[in-house]
Design a protein around this ligand. Structure first.
Ligand code: 3NM
Length: 540
């Protein structure tokens, strides 16, 4: 054993040109020799093209070939990778890595254990470990793994027998733990990563100063007709923030006063009035007409388009998207994801209303799919809906789409939504008797509104439409835009309810639409009398 250890350390020392802590994991290629992925291409040619394009680390993964083939292929691959000064790791097979003298191995949870692998290969070898949860990550990090391959992020046909699909959220939870414990281990993620999602996944998963060191891909390069171009593209994208991140920078990084936000309200309303932004609603069957009329009253241009294929064209028009999953279906979910991606790619805002999020298993799963499938700028819902969006899943059981989750006080709720907003770097609106809004630092409480809002279906959904108009027109300060929208909506409801022609919820609806219109027009004229009703405070 000692003989092997010293021999191997010497071997690794001979061939590796850089210390292992300097390895660049940013674009990590995992090979696949199956006809479904590689086709009839030559693996060494594909890997060389990928290296030319910018791949920084290569793992030779072949689950089926005989040992002789594995060794001869690994040897050829190592000749190639050494010319590019890039490490070659072998999946699972320490014997093959030893025979070839490459830089290390990658082991899965069912492969040889990490302590034994380390004992055999020595300290200089690079050893990476597949992990899919915090327990596995902890064992690998404490056991001296050099990097973790975290996955499976998204379901992928490349590896169908994966243990669990963890999504961006699961990935982020592992990164958060690594940051909290200060483990010095490097990280890459794997599973379904490609040019269309890589920038988003890297950006969305980072938290509390911990970001991925890279991404691992198989099919995005190995199955590409042009592996060099595909690698060049990915190498660029992995280092580029996604389009939507441009306007997120200001969010939640500082304490802000209620007075400051109140002073911005007229600007937000006037911006909506003058820009007449598109409010693209993918909303439920119940509120389509109401939402379109609210959009018109607040000064937006509504389009009720539920077909995802249209979204790329619509996203270019400078508006915002509302995803309201009030009547979710599998087809609807596919359409939401397409639209979400289109608005993210265009850098245009998205408001997500997880209607009934805690009510059924289908809806809980839809929340995960949507929040893992893209970035939402504003998450808006009632208490149970928002608490159901907390990572790890709150066990709030919601009765219908309207029910509240109990009697938590404002401070507790404020803390919960602050955490959520920080984690996802978006605005959170929790509606209730008192509406709460935060971007992760200050929590604003807005007490305006009227009980009739709770007696008419769709008023919550239409608040999403109103927020979409505000964030589309005032995109560089989405917190101020959202607070303005919630306040404006609440005051318009008060004014409507006080009108002599309003006798109850039925007559309230047209009066409310009137008052949304009237308050906007008054604001444009410079009449800010309505703002004196504002009851906006900071939750300490
Ligand atoms: N390991 P693609 S997923 C090799 O979750 C591998 O540990 C995974 O392929 C894990 O980039 C995976 O084509 C396949 O989606 C990734």
């Amino acid at each position: 054993m000692i003989y092997i250890k010293y021999t191997c350390s010497y071997f690794f020392f001979l061939f590796r040109k850089m210390p292992k802590h300097e390895v660049d994991y940013s674009l990590y290629l995992v090979t696949d020799s199956t006809p479904a992925i590689l086709g009839d291409a030559d693996i060494c040619e594909v890997v060389e093209a990928a290296l030319k394009g910018g791949v920084t680390c290569v793992q030779y993964r072949d689950k089926t070939s005989d040992t002789g083939v594995l060794v001869s292929t690994a040897r050829k691959l190592h000749e190639v990778t050494r010319r590019y000064n890039v490490p070659l790791l072998v999946n699972d097979r320490l014997d093959v890595a030893l025979a070839v003298g490459c830089e290390g191995v990658h082991i899965g949870q069912d492969d040889l254990d990490l302590p034994t692998a380390r004992k055999i290969l020595g300290e200089d070898a690079i050893i990476g470990v597949t992990v899919s949860n915090i327990t596995e990550a902890e064992a690998a990090a404490k056991g001296g793994a050099d990097y973790l391959g975290i996955g499976t992020v998204f379901a992928t046909p490349t590896k169908e027998n994966t243990k669990s699909i963890i999504g961006v959220e699961g990935l982020q939870q592992i990164l958060l733990k690594i940051a909290a414990e200060n483990w010095p281990v490097k990280t890459v993620c794997i599973g379904g990563i490609n040019a269309s999602n890589v920038s988003r996944v890297v950006w969305q998963s980072s938290a509390k100063g911990k970001s991925l060191d890279g991404v691992a891909v198989v099919s995005a390069i190995m199955a590409s007709g042009d592996p060099e171009a595909a690698s060049r593209d990915l190498a660029q994208l992995v280092k580029s923030p996604p389009a939507f991140a441009r306007s997120v920078a200001r969010l939640g990084q500082q304490m802000r006063s209620a007075q400051e936000l109140l002073s911005l309200v007229p600007y937000v309303l006037r911006a909506v009035d003058s820009r007449n932004p598109l409010s693209h609603n993918m909303t439920n069957l119940v509120v389509q007409n109401f939402a379109a009329n609210v959009a018109l009253s607040v000064g937006a241009s509504p389009i009720m388009a539920n077909y995802g294929e249209e979204a790329a064209d619509l996203a270019r028009l400078g508006g915002a998207l509302v995803i309201n999953m009030g009547t979710v279906t599998p087809e609807g979910l596919t359409n939401y994801l397409k639209a979400l991606k289109a608005y993210n790619d265009a850098g245009q805002p998205v408001v997500y209303d997880p209607v009934g999020a805690g009510a059924t298993a289908v809806r809980r799963s839809a929340v995960k799919t949507i929040l893992g499938g893209g970035y939402v700028d504003v998450l808006k819902g009632n208490q149970s809906e928002i608490l159901s969006c907390v990572p790890g899943g709150s066990n709030v059981q919601q009765r219908g789409v309207d029910s509240e989750s109990g009697s938590r006080n404002l401070q507790e709720l404020g803390t919960a939504i602050k955490e959520l907003a920080r984690l996802r770097r978006h605005v959170v609106v929790m509606t209730g008797k008192t509406d709460l809004v935060t971007a992760g630092e200050t929590v604003f409480a807005i007490e305006n509104g009227h009980e009739y809002l709770g007696a008419v279906t769709g008023t919550g959904c239409c608040l999403g439409t109103t927020i979409s108009a505000a964030v589309a027109a005032h995109p560089n300060d989405k917190l101020a835009a959202t607070v303005a929208a919630v306040l404006y909506y609440g005051v318009a409801a008060e004014l409507a309810a006080e009108r002599p022609d309003v006798k109850g919820p039925g007559t309230f609806v047209p009066a409310f639409i009137d008052e949304l219109y009237n308050v906007r027009k008054a604001t444009v004229r410079g009449d800010l009398e309505w703002l004196k009703r504002a009851k906006v405070t900071v939750v300490s």
